[in-house]
Design a protein around this ligand. Structure first.
Ligand SMILES: C[S@@+](CC[C@H](N)C(=O)[O-])C[C@H]1O[C@@H](n2cnc3c(N)ncnc32)[C@H](O)[C@@H]1O
Length: 224
């Protein structure tokens, strides 16, 4: 009745085959994000290097190592409150026997972020903040998901612009990018990726409700 999200009342959120700890300070993972995690898993060969930008509870990063134990995954988070939940979940999954994930405090738009991985990453995935500033959100979201997890500037794509530069720098030629977006960004986000340059095979994908939900692209191979 108070419109507190159920996951905050129980302290648990289901995500693919995981049950994660959540609460005040961290974004509650959503069912639509399970699909982008599945798409990432479908791109992985043996011993892949994966980076999850804006990891929150760790949902995508931890699902990848649970379902692809050979993956070496780095999970990046800027929000000090949220990263405490990332670490709690990452420690719990490692204690349960999953491949450990590297959790890094950092800004996905920082040109110095993870420079040691430049040109080596197989998949960069992100569910970034993408809500346009003038959007109206239900109270369960507006009052309980952290502002840094939600708001993305006038068109919702402010953080995405920086994330594209980081992703392009990190990806190996032929590596893949996957970015979740709002249902109103099914044209604008692919256009932004094309305008950035350096990516081919830009495609957009619907969620289970048929709404545009995530964009994927391949980092240009050297011989193309
Ligand atoms: C929509 S939430 C997604 C969380 C998680 N990946 C998921 O799918 O449930 C976006 C996350 O990105 C983080 N974030 C926002 N801006 C960031 C930035 N510049 N660098 C790193 N993380 C950022 C937020 O704190 C939040 O945890």
């Amino acid at each position: 009745m108070a419109r507190v999200p159920l996951q905050h009342l129980t302290g648990r959120a289901a995500f693919r085959h995981l049950e994660l700890s959540v609460g005040p300070g961290v974004f509650v993972p959503r069912p639509e994000t399970e699909q982008i995690a599945g798409w990432v898993l479908s791109r992985l060969g043996p011993d892949p290097v994966v980076v999850d930008l804006g990891t929150g509870s760790g949902a995508i990063a931890l699902a990848v190592v649970q379902e692809h134990p050979g993956a070496r995954v780095t999970a990046v988070e800027k929000d000090a409150d949220a990263i405490a939940w990332t670490r709690l979940n990452a420690d719990a999954r490692a204690a349960a026997g999953d491949t450990p994930v590297t959790v890094l405090a950092g800004d996905m738009t920082d040109p110095q972020l993870l420079t040691e991985l430049d040109g080596t990453v197989d998949v960069v995935v992100s569910n970034p903040p993408y809500v346009p500033d003038d959007a109206r959100l239900p109270r369960e979201v507006a009052d309980h998901d952290p502002p840094l997890a939600l708001w993305g500037g006038p068109d919702g794509l402010d953080v995405v612009r920086g994330l594209l530069r980081t992703a392009h720098r990190l990806l190996r030629p032929g590596g893949w990018l996957a970015v979740e977006h709002a249902d109103v960004q099914g044209t604008s986000l692919p256009a932004l990726v094309r305008a950035h340059g350096g990516f081919t095979d830009v495609a957009d994908h619907p969620d289970l409700a048929g709404r545009p939900r995530y964009t994927t692209a391949q980092s240009q191979k050297r011989d193309t």
